[in-house]
Design a protein around this ligand. Structure first.
Ligand SMILES: Cc1cc2nc3c(=O)[nH]c(=O)nc-3n(C[C@H](O)[C@H](O)[C@H](O)COP(=O)(O)OP(=O)(O)OC[C@H]3O[C@@H](n4cnc5c(N)ncnc54)[C@H](O)[C@@H]3O)c2cc1C
Length: 300
């Protein structure tokens, strides 16, 4: 392990290599044990080098962005977490085309789109993920999805940097070929339309107000805990099963929005996992629908 740590330090710079790093500091759930090695490569070249070194180490590794759709278990992650975030967050706007590093926050890209009077990102502007995480998940909200605006992504796949266009990304509901084939997003190109600054701004503000009114944004969470089952809404099924406000330890089905599990302060990953299982079982017994977690679960 010491050899690998030294190699990362040499390749990425000392400041970009952390040891025994609490994952609670890197997830919006504010939950998770320590990662043995936590690295933050700050250029495309460094991401590629870091992934090569991680592969050669034989240790498990996992890519994260803003950790806004992530539950890390209490015993942490025995291996290497590669965070693609602030170091790879450039955003370039040219006419109606935006090119963004995978680590740029969607909200910052949306702000740049607004500044350039570009429409198409309003629905997505409130999703608290990075470009890479949102492309991988095909994140979506209020009738819009990443697939509506992505032209192509530069990805790392089998050690090579390739460009994958929208059609080849095979975007589906909260899934993509990028996720299925463990590709790593390095950069994404978006195509938007020229619009009216005031209208774009008003739409973003209206949707932000809706989010604040309906979602428990004041508490740590990972957004919607479950995917939307076909023909239903997860939150409605959970509410209909009498689980509004149901708690396990400090993890709770949000009384404000039953689709969200929230951390009421110091929740353990185990609390969340037991709550997820209980919700799945109760909803299945009542409605015959098996809820599938949208939140990605990693660790020991
Ligand atoms: C309050 C709140 C509201 C939310 N609202 C929404 C919503 O309206 N709609 C919605 O879809 N989601 C929503 N989410 C969930 C989350 O924000 C999205 O899924 C987001 O796209 C995750 O991005 P991330 O950078 O945080 O990814 P992470 O949580 O860090 O990772 C998520 C997945 O993406 C992968 N990944 C991350 N970066 C990369 C990369 N560069 N290349 C390849 N794979 C990568 C990870 O391996 C993991 O599988 C919400 C979350 C919160 C906390």
């Amino acid at each position: 392990m010491t050899d690998i740590i030294n190699r990362f330090k040499k390749e990425l710079g000392e400041n970009n290599v952390l040891l025994n790093e609490p994952m609670s500091a890197h997830t919006t759930f504010r939950i998770g044990g320590n990662a043995d090695i936590f690295i933050t490569p700050d250029s495309i070249e460094r991401v590629c080098r870091a992934v090569k070194t991680a592969k050669e180490s034989g240790l498990p590794y996992y890519i994260i962005g803003n950790g806004s759709n992530l539950l890390v278990k209490d015993n942490g992650f025995r291996g290497i977490i590669i965070q693609i975030y602030k170091g790879l967050s450039y955003i370039n706007v040219e006419d109606n085309i935006i090119t963004a590093g995978a680590g740029a926050l969607l909200s910052t890209v949306a702000k740049k789109a607004l500044d350039a009077s570009l429409t198409g990102m309003e629905c997505l502007s409130g999703i608290p993920g990075t470009v890479g995480g949102a492309v991988c998940m095909n994140a979506g909200a209020y009738g819009g999805e990443m697939k509506d605006i992505v032209v192509s992504s530069k990805v790392l796949v089998n050690g090579n940097v390739e460009t994958i266009d929208n059609a080849s990304s095979e975007f589906g509901y909260r899934i993509s070929r990028i996720m299925k084939e463990n590709m790593i997003v390095l950069e994404t190109v978006f195509k938007l339309e020229k619009g009216n600054y005031d209208e774009i701004k008003a739409k973003m503000q209206e949707l932000a107000a809706q989010r604040n009114a309906k979602q428990p944004v004041e508490l740590p969470s990972a957004g919607s805990t479950f995917k939307r089952p076909e023909g239903y809404f997860a939150g409605k099924l959970i509410d209909g099963s009498g689980l509004r406000g149901y708690s396990v330890g400090q993890a709770q089905v949000s009384p404000k929005h039953c689709g969200f599990v929230v951390n009421n302060g110091g929740a353990a990953a185990d609390d969340v996992l037991r709550l997820i299982e209980y919700v799945q079982k109760t909803v299945y017994d009542k409605f015959g629908v098996m809820l599938e977690p949208e939140v990605r679960i990693i660790g020991e």
